[in-house]
Design a protein around this ligand. Sequence first.
Ligand code: NAP
Length: 328
Amino acid sequence: MFWYIVLICTILLVLVYISMKLSPRRAQLKNKHVIVTGGSSGIGKAIAILAAERGANVTIFARNKLRLEEAKTEIKQKLQTGCKVQCISVDLSSNYEDVKKAVSEAEDKLGPVFMVVNSAGTSVSRSFQDLQADDFKKMMEANYYSAVFTTKAAVDSMVQQQQGRLIFLSSQAGQIGLFGFSAYSGSKFALRGMAEALQMEMTPHNIRVTVAFPPDTDTPGFQHELIGKPKETQLISETAGLLKPQDVAMAIIDDSLKGEFISYQGMDGWLLAHVTAGMSPATSLPRVIQQFFLMGLFRVIGLFYLASFDSIVLKCKKEKDSEKVKAS
Ligand SMILES: NC(=O)c1ccc[n+]([C@@H]2O[C@H](COP(=O)([O-])OP(=O)(O)OC[C@H]3O[C@@H](n4cnc5c(N)ncnc54)[C@H](OP(=O)(O)O)[C@@H]3O)[C@@H](O)[C@H]2O)c1
């Protein structure tokens, strides 16, 4: 009995030690400078508002000046005493020099940046055959290069401070490739690869990287994506729900402050995060334990999901074929 208790205590001590090694100390946003790209709309705006509520000084980047000013007014109402918000109009996807200028302008006014939230992005959903060759380039520019350019422009100052948080908004379509998302998924998978490499370089500088994989979220961007979305994609997407940007923002900020590499929402997100964990870094002991026990089971459940998606695609093809026969 004595040795049994000693064994249990030793295992518990080892687990606590591993847990402490994996998880960094939780960060705070009070009086820190947070840059949110795409902060004039949707998830980015919800994150900017949340950062303001938590006492941060906030800079938002986007192109449209009117929407930026409107968002700035909204964020201002949530600012804590003595904190500031500014907006900077910049196209983050075209030219690195413009982005660098915008980041240094932001830092000149509100001090060295602590957190960069790369939320700027866009989506077009069409079948591969219906997409234009240029759509693939546009997705990479808006979703991938905008994040690379902004992070690159901010990272030297973060390394100098030896602290910080970097957040990349991928998508569940950055974990699983679905009908209609070949251009979008390419750009969102790319973000994850870049972020995995970057986190290995940043962790020794006390800078934590988080990749967020939100499901469908009710934003202007999501409403825009619905235009021209193939029926197959709509039916597959309907199997999941529609989240509020405020809930997604809360989960992303909390995961980033805790130092989690992966941020997910909901049951589907939990399953996808674990089944696609691969060689991503371990940032919390509970998640590692869950992956150890659940990955095999989740792979099997994932195969059922895939089978149902494939059957939707096949059903739509049959419908299209019979419509063609009727029309001829
Ligand atoms: N909503 C969803 O269902 C969902 C799900 C998963 C992941 N996501 C990802 O989450 C992020 C936010 O999505 P959302 O739905 O909130 O988008 P949204 O409502 O369309 O907002 C996008 C923001 O990005 C800015 N932006 C776009 N291209 C830009 C550029 N080249 N330079 C500077 N700013 C640019 C937009 O402002 P301007 O147009 O004025 O520049 C706007 O502020 C995106 O990366 C998206 O892919 C969204």
